[in-house]
Design a protein around this ligand. Sequence first.
Ligand SMILES: Cc1cc2nc3c(=O)[nH]c(=O)nc-3n(C[C@H](O)[C@H](O)[C@H](O)COP(=O)(O)OP(=O)(O)OC[C@H]3O[C@@H](n4cnc5c(N)ncnc54)[C@H](O)[C@@H]3O)c2cc1C
Length: 458
Amino acid sequence: MTAVLSALTDLAATELATVTGPVLLPGDGGYAEEAAGFNAAYSPSPDVVVGATTAADVAAAVRFAGRTGRKVAVQATGHGLMSTLDGTVLVSTRRMGAVSVDPLNRSARAGAGARWREVIDAAAEHGLAPLNGSTSHVGVVGYTLGGGLGPMARRYGFAADHVRRLTIVTADGEIRAVDAERDADLFWAVRGGKGNFGIVTEIEFDLVPVTRFHGGAVFFPAESAADVLHAWREWAPGLPEDTTTSVALLRLPPDPALPEPLRGRFVVSLRFVHLGSAEEGAALLAPMRAVAPPLMDLVAEMPYPAVDAVHMDPTDPMPMWDRGAAVSALPAEAIDAILAVAGPDVAAPLAMVEIRLLGGALARAPRVPNAVTGRDAAFSVFTVGVLAGPPVEVVAASTAAVVDAVGPWACGALINLLGQAGPERVGRIFAPADRARLLEIARRYDPAGTFASNVVIG
Ligand SMILES: Cc1cc2nc3c(=O)[nH]c(=O)nc-3n(C[C@H](O)[C@H](O)[C@H](O)COP(=O)(O)OP(=O)(O)OC[C@H]3O[C@@H](n4cnc5c(N)ncnc54)[C@H](O)[C@@H]3O)c2cc1C
């Protein structure tokens, strides 16, 4: 152990003595497992990992980082891991996963480490559902602070629009209860500005009265990719708000766990969620079903807890490099440009290119304003490159080519679906006035930039 590490060990032993969860240093058993995230492209190497179990543990970790001049990173699931977190104090929240539902108030509370699966199951017992995203494996807090775009988004808006209050540890180590009245600026900033202002230890948010939906995925073969994408871009904007849809070009691995017709193939997945009746849903979907013979048509009546079946996101960690943008329109030239860099005729290291329809409730200002971006956008375009073969430069260039292809129509991005970006690019997705306000609030609550460690607004 180096002298630096040894000095750190002594300091950590004193300052973090009150922490009830594990405090792990490089070389300790469990350190690598605790620091690892879903995005396996990075092997995080923080100076210290604090396995927090309470808000007081989080506050102790933040104070320790402040005294030793370190930045603080936070991780629940590692779905949003985008750096190696070198030199940070990493607060691992996975032990803070408590979830409770208040059916009378149609609300839920979730600890910093909760995943959507726990909330979906607890809410379903009362005929309710949360505004989770494409997969229930993602963490509630990280997703929600980044806006949160889910399968019911056009009906109910962003998850961040439905946050009632939260508890957050700020850079001074204070544990604050924050809502529309208390620390109102901070409440505005953290809903959309993500982890730049503190560590949220608990969040309370609305549940909606949804028990079922008519939806799922329809998979088309590679040769129909152009027809399906062109038809979708004309069809989707005419859908009612009760319908949320996206379309994705998928290069699937030869994984035996996948259904045989999809295994190892380039396919187009049309995702569809309709909250109205099955008959209405089938009628709305009919024009897309007529575009080409599908490989598999899995659209059906489903109980809400089966919602992961719509996107079928991977559940095992994978090494990813993401990029995304929002666009104000998707003319035929934009589809052609995407197909030219990522279509079935191109050898690209891209697992997915996804286009989600926005609009509906997403475009309306929430009751309590927040910093969420993308309200004016018509579609979100997001691509995932796989870092398992070609070097990172090649994968990065491939993902950048997709974003560049829609460049003429780009209008910012959703922070959760922005992918790899430095502080300047993150800052640019906000309207200039919102960006200035976010930076002022960050300076006020975190003058030393303690939380500037993963997705940083510059
Ligand atoms: C397979 C997959 C599917 C996805 N689907 C969607 C989707 O449908 N819609 C959508 O909007 N996004 C989606 N995302 C993006 C996802 O919402 C973000 O990556 C989100 O940040 C993940 O949160 P996490 O806690 O699971 O991840 P983590 O990697 O643990 O956290 C990521 C970041 O979230 C912030 N954060 C986490 N916990 C806290 C906390 N307690 N306090 C303050 N900040 C915190 C921090 O900035 C942290 O660096 C998806 C990502 C993946 C990999």
